[in-house]
Design a protein around this ligand. Structure first.
Ligand code: GDP
Ligand code: MG
Length: 380
């Protein structure tokens, strides 16, 4: 459905890298190494990042590339140069479908007179609920549609039209490798789970994936990402200890991705929203650390659909400070208030890119207005 550009690997390489269990075993080692220096500069590793690496001892060869990029013969070690190098190939990733993860708006037969209330209850917003209801009534009248099935179909089409945007697919097609995705959002929204699902999906599509555990404030958070990395066979960069600087972890994640010629680096962040300034400072530091070596392809804001109106205020706060490029709406399986998705997309003018419909590794999909709307109008 979507075309993505990734690194072309010989089939021999591909099968080796897929089959080899060491690849999975290896990452933690690299991760430890890459991360350990982070402890050594707990104060402000961002400055060290300016002088690229805080840890020459660990990656002796790695430390060289950044200081004198141009000296590095064929391709300067700068992000820009390593992007030009690889031979690229357009691929389609395995399709994920929303399946039956979306709850229907209707528990009974479709009744136009109830529609406005139902849409309001589902968090579409009062104004939108009224608009959609009026629109449906007028189209139904014009077309002489009155049966349950006809009305559901008409509503589905109206919703699809309102939900469709042309910027809903992930920005993984400019060929500037490694792609870097930052994942932001409050604690519990589903960031780490989403990253795990994404990593597995990309690995299934034969992408080389590096994950960065820049949510450094809880050891459990790092462990959770480590588990997902192991499951998916992605490499992992983690902080050497709790509370290490997230920006340093982000830096090293991208660094490893470049060294390992990975296609993509996905960085998990902490979800603390104590105040806007702290959040902005922290995300700003992470951004700058990444941008020393690569372009940020996506900042995905993860929002828990079950949070209703709270989701809206969270999303606004993050959108103000995090230069968000797309929304991941999780836990749509757990709510009958799927309308929040529509309200968010409209209010923030940001595309919903992915949706989560469960806790298992395959329980996510690209956002598809068609599938989503079908789920909403489905007969129970
Ligand atoms: P984080 O703090 O933002 O990293 O959130 P986590 O990834 O740790 O997720 C918090 C909880 O939400 C975990 O128990 C996940 O299993 C659960 N979760 C995440 N995504 C979904 C989803 O799409 N559906 C459901 N039902 N649960 C989810
Ligand atoms: Mg997490």
């Amino acid at each position: 459905m979507f075309k993505f550009l990734k690194r072309l690997r010989s089939s021999k390489q591909e099968s080796t890298s897929q089959a080899e269990p060491e690849l999975v075993a290896e990452p933690p080692v690299v991760a430890e190494q890459a991360a350990s220096p982070v402890i050594e500069s707990p104060v402000k590793p961002l400055e060290p990042a300016k002088v690229p690496l805080p840890e020459p001892e660990v990656h002796a060869e790695a430390a060289e590339p950044e200081p004198e990029p141009v000296a590095k013969a064929p391709e300067p070690a700068s992000a820009a140069a390593s992007e030009v190098e690889p031979e690229l190939v357009a691929v389609e990733l395995p399709k994920r479908s929303l399946g039956t993860g979306i709850r229907s708006l209707f528990s009974e037969n479709f009744d136009v007179d109830d529609l406005e209330d139902i849409l309001i209850l589902a968090d579409f917003g009062v104004e939108t609920a009224e608009e959609i209801t009026n629109q449906l009534k007028s189209v139904a009248q014009k077309q002489g549609a009155s049966s349950d099935a006809e009305l559901r179909l008409l509503l589905k089409d109206l919703l699809v039209e309102r939900l469709s945007r042309n910027d809903s697919s992930l920005n993984l097609d400019d060929g500037k490798l490694p792609y870097v995705i930052l994942v932001v959002g409050v604690n519990g929204a589903g960031k780490t789970t989403t990253i795990g699902k994404l990593a597995r999906w990309l690995k299934d599509g034969d992408w080389e994936v590096v994950l960065g555990a820049a949510d450094t404030f809880r050891a459990a958070a790092v462990e959770q990402l480590a588990t997902w990395a192991e499951r998916s066979g992605a490499r992992l960069v983690k902080p050497a200890k709790e509370g290490a600087d997230p920006a340093a972890v982000a830096y090293q994640t991208v660094e490893l991705a470049i060294q390992a010629e990975a296609d993509i680096a996905i960085i998990d962040t902490a979800g603390r929203l104590q105040n806007k300034k702290d959040l902005m400072d922290e995300l700003g530091k992470i951004r700058r650390a990444v941008e020393k070596q690569a372009k940020i392809s996506e900042v995905l804001l993860v929002i828990d659909a079950t949070n209703g109106q709270n989701a809206m205020s969270q999303a606004k706060a993050f959108a103000e400070v995090a230069e968000v490029t797309g929304i991941v709406m999780t836990k749509l399986d757990g709510t009958a208030k799927g309308g929040i998705l529509y309200a968010l997309q409209k209010e923030l003018d940001l595309p919903i890119k992915l949706v989560g419909v469960g806790e298992q590794v395959n329980d996510f999909a690209f956002f598809s207005p068609e599938e989503f709307a079908k789920g909403l109008v489905a007969r129970k």
